[in-house]
Design a protein around this ligand. Structure first.
Ligand code: KG4
Ligand code: ZN
Length: 334
């Protein structure tokens, strides 16, 4: 039996999870609302909130899993990439817990963990598979050869897909994080009402900063002519922006699947909660006979279950780290 405590604190979610023999028994998430009014995560406020949340979150995860803390065999934590202050809180807690209980520590790469969220529940993808990881900080296409053998084959050269959603939301006066709100309004809008440019970027890389600028100019121009433009057209603007972000993502994913001849296609990260992306990838999957894998909603956004499952697979390989481990704000996936 292996009981793993997983800790996630890379950005603005404090989360703890218990995994026993590869099965998740709890996944407690404390979301920080302090950032809403700022239109983005304020790092110093994030680390302070992690400090307040970490102990109650871990206690809740242990309680929900109906175990005693002495039954935990190892602590897995997100070592990065993420915000330095936020990471420090999770790592310091993990170290202290491991030291107190005399159990090993397991470092987990947050971006690998988003992908390994596919191994929490059935159906699980078989290797090799391609994973489009889309979050607030990253946009990547990764060839996954094995649990911890991953190759980055495409990534954003500027903003991440989640940032494109969040920055658009800010332009439209919506609160942070904007992705879920844009998704919500988009469902009542016409995706073809307005047209935004598709960037030309070579290979399987992405770019979203030009799109952001074109949305900003578009909104400014129309609001000058009609101060109620956003209010009167919110659903159509959201639907059109979402349609373009999704098409940018799916066109590259389709091209990379053709080139690698891989038909096991997965999507991960916070933006994979987006209904337009989920529908789009399912449709492409039917067209090309792909096996499509989309994790359950709670395992898409930042969560500790993905850290615990990654930790479990490292535990099986006796892959531990010492008390001298330090956070990594940047950490390549492969
Ligand atoms: O993976 P995640 O929880 O955190 C990071 O590691 O960044 O991703 C957060 C991102 C945010 O940008 C948020 O706006 C976006 O995921 N997001 C969505 C949706 N739900 C979350 N974007 C579009 N549609 C959604 N339904
Ligand atoms: Zn994430």
């Amino acid at each position: 039996m292996a009981t793993i405590l997983g800790i996630e604190s890379t950005c603005d979610e404090t989360s703890a999870s218990i995994c026993i023999d590869g099965k998740i028994y709890s996944n407690t998430i404390a979301t920080q609302s302090v950032h809403e009014k700022f239109g983005g995560v304020i790092p110093e406020l994030a680390s302070r909130a992690h400090q307040q949340n970490i102990i109650p979150t871990v206690e809740q995860a242990i309680k929900e899993a109906k175990i005693h803390k002495n039954e935990i065999d190892a602590v897995a934590f997100s070592r990065g990439p993420g915000l330095m202050g936020s990471l420090l809180v999770g790592i310091s807690f993990a170290k202290a817990f491991a030291l107190a209980k005399n159990i090993p520590l397991i470092e987990v790469n947050h971006m690998q963990a988003h992908i390994l969220a596919h191994f929490i529940e059935d159906p699980k993808p078989s290797f090799p598979f391609l994973c489009l990881t889309v979050s607030g900080g990253h946009t990547q296409i990764v060839k996954v050869n094995d649990y911890f053998s991953m190759e980055l084959i495409g990534q954003t050269i500027d903003d991440a897909a989640g940032e494109a959603f969040d920055k658009t939301a800010k332009i439209l006066g919506l609160s942070y994080p904007g992705g879920p709100l844009i998704d919500k309004y988009a469902q009542q809008g016409n995706p073809l009402a307005f047209s935004f440019p598709e960037p030309r970027v070579p290979g399987f890389d992405f770019s979203f900063s030009g799109l952001k600028t074109s949305i900003l100019y578009f909104v400014q121009k129309n609001t000058n002519e009609n101060p109620n433009f956003i209010e009167n057209n919110l659903a159509d603007i959201c639907a059109s922006v979402q349609n373009r972000i999704v098409s940018i993502l799916l066109n590259k994913l389709e091209a990379s699947a053709f080139q690698t001849e891989i038909k096991n296609i997965a999507v991960a990260g916070g933006v994979s909660a987006n209904s337009g992306l989920r529908n789009g990838i399912k449709q492409l999957g039917e067209k090309h006979s792909w096996n499509v894998f989309i994790p359950k909603f709670e395992y898409c956004t930042d969560n500790a279950a993905m850290i615990a499952i990654a930790g479990y697979h490292k535990f099986l390989q006796n892959d531990f780290v010492g008390q001298d481990v330090t956070p990594l704000t940047r950490w390549a996936i492969g």
